[in-house]
Design a protein around this ligand. Sequence first.
Ligand code: ATP
Ligand code: MG
Length: 437
Amino acid sequence: MRLSRYFMPTIKETPSEAQIASHRLMLRAGMIRQSSAGIYSWLPTGFRVLKRIEQIVREEMNAAGCHEMLMPTIQPADLWRESGRYDDYGPEMLRIKDRHDRDMLYGPTNEEQITEIFRNAVKSYRDLPRNLYHIQWKFRDEIRPRFGIMRGREFYMKDAYSFDIDYASAKRSYNKMFVSYLRVFARMGLKAVPMAAESGPIGGDLSHEFVILADTGESAVYCHRALLERDVLGSKIDFESNLEPIVADWTSHYAATDDKHDPDNCPVAPGDLVTARGIEVGHIFYSDTKYSDAMNCRVDTPDGQSVAVHSGSYGIGVSRLVGAIIEASHDDDGIIWPESVAPFAVGLIDLKPSDDACAAACDDLYGKLVAAGLEVLHDDTDDRAGAKFAAMDLIGLPWQLIVGPRGVKEGKVELKRRATGEREELSIEAAISKLTG
Ligand code: ATP
Ligand code: MG
């Protein structure tokens, strides 16, 4: 991508409306623009990151045996009247009337919609278990939208729904999502800690929030140090195997959010207790037969009885993750993207595009890197070197490849690693093989 033809409206000044780093940096890097309170447009660079995060989520959901689909954003109120949540939900729900005066709503979540689809299609235990998910926009008319896309009103969520014949099977579905979530966040370079969460009126202990630690998190969290020192991606997971030992091992260590933490009865020695702020990036939840009972979602058992289906809901804040990753990974100069979600892998900086040899070297490098499968942002603009470096640091691509006329004469370029600031001078060939190797 040539920067001279791209759309990335960066801002030098600090936007006054932004209170936290991720919001500030997303505006400055030209990733998002506000439309109205809590509602944002995703500009090309922000959209690239959003899509990369979405793809990691998709790959891990599919690996865990879930099936992707797509449900609408606008839902009929009658469905929500069946579950009783139309009245329970309150002003967070955006209620709409269509031209026939029918009550509609912009979905804040999709339990009712998926339960309706499922109950009409599935009648037998043979069709269980199933886990269906979609990645779709949600609307919640938050009382205090803030921190940019972190607490938006319109936001992008992955929500999965499991259907099982009984508790034991539902627990297996829950375990799959628990382990899958650990992998999703680890692949984004995040340490997400599963924390026991309030499970609401249903009771039981099957609800976990996945929280990443960051100073700007909205809630205080407490956990055993051991939970932050784990290598999640080190071992391959067979999702058809018994995952209970993995889940039991994670949940054996203390981890609690503010509302669950009792300082007087904390089981962790002070030296092992990490006290921090946290951002909720995912939430998994076993709902028992709450929706199936209310909406008559039943299947026949092998011995001919009819039972309500056990269900679970599993959300990931895909758009919130963009901000959460920045909160976890930035410095004074800008964003530091983990490679797995970076909008481009390499920023190719031409220090003097008016110099023919320099421009030719950049074109050659660009072609070779792209041919090797890398996404490259080629700064071919006439800006000053200082401005180019600052913009590249701001947008935080993992690598910067700096090409100037003097180096090109000697066949040399400079390679800078954004995360560490390390720079090295290399031959053009060595730089290519380092980036593509
Ligand atoms: P919160 O406690 O942050 O309000 P929640 O518990 O209401 O979130 P869930 O219903 O569990 O949210 O939704 C699943 C995920 O969607 C959350 O873990 C979070 O990552 C994301 N999410 C929820 N609300 C918002 C929002 N207003 N803006 C962006 N992401 C959100
Ligand atoms: Mg939640």
